[in-house]
Design a protein around this ligand. Structure first.
Ligand code: CA
Length: 232
């Protein structure tokens, strides 16, 4: 992948400057937009690799920026939110955002999120769309055969655990909300399903993770959802 171009959508000048300086220092290319309307225009005319998007913009809600971009592009969007309420993040993730940063954030955190996203991007570009086998660290999933293994050992998964693993694997690097996951597994999302999800996640982790208390593959986002990480 060539030097990635990052679109920074942020009306708060000090925050925008911090992000731009960080990107410059680490040799990323960047574009900036202080308003939602500019963001949508820049996204469509320059086709950036990743978008950092502040949710609180002066002219429109960041969620609407996500919806507009998602109507024609899958470019990764990382939300930057000053709001501590999980509901805003959940709404943005369900609208199609990939990840989130909560203000105030550290430069290290920003760079880490960017690396995860770019890794996910190159993963998508390098793997054929119809690939029926998924590889991640020691984990291998054969979608067509409906089985998964860790190294040499086949994982003895129940159908729901397998479905759960598949939903996460197909979105490696992306934070998935509880609602998104339960809808993909059961076709609906009730409070009960979210409670069941926790139980299935615990049993899946026992089989998948060497140390379920410090998981290597599936990351928990408390109050929000889960993310499959790319393991080296
Ligand atoms: Ca703002």
């Amino acid at each position: 992948m060539n030097t990635p171009t990052i679109l920074v959508v942020e009306d708060d000048l000090p925050v925008r400057n911090l992000i731009v300086t960080t990107l410059k220092t680490h040799n990323y290319r960047y574009l900036t937009a202080p308003r939602g309307e500019d963001a949508v225009m820049q996204a469509s005319s320059h086709n950036p690799d990743v978008v950092f998007l502040d949710l609180g913009l002066p002219d429109m809600d960041g969620i609407d920026v996500i919806r507009q971009i998602r109507s024609w592009s899958n470019m990764p969007i990382i939300i930057i939110s000053a709001r501590s309420e999980d509901n805003d993040k959940i709404e943005a993730l369900d609208a199609g955002a990939d990840d989130y940063l909560t203000k105030p954030f550290s430069v290290e955190e920003l760079l880490a999120r960017l690396r995860v996203t770019i890794r996910r991007l190159s993963l998508m570009q390098n793997s054929p769309k119809d690939s029926s086998v998924y590889l991640n660290g020691r984990l291998k999933i054969d979608y067509a055969a409906g089985c998964a293994s860790l190294g040499e050992d086949e994982l003895k998964l129940t159908p729901i655990e397998f479905k759960l693993l598949t939903v996460l694997a197909k979105n490696t690097g992306k934070v998935l909300t509880h609602t998104y996951i339960t809808q993909n597994i059961w076709g609906r999302s009730w409070d009960n399903d979210i409670a069941s999800l926790r139980v299935y996640m615990a049993t899946l982790r026992k089989k998948l993770e060497c140390t379920p208390d410090s998981p290597q593959y599936i990351q928990t986002h408390i109050g929000i959802g889960y993310r499959m990480l790319k393991v080296e």
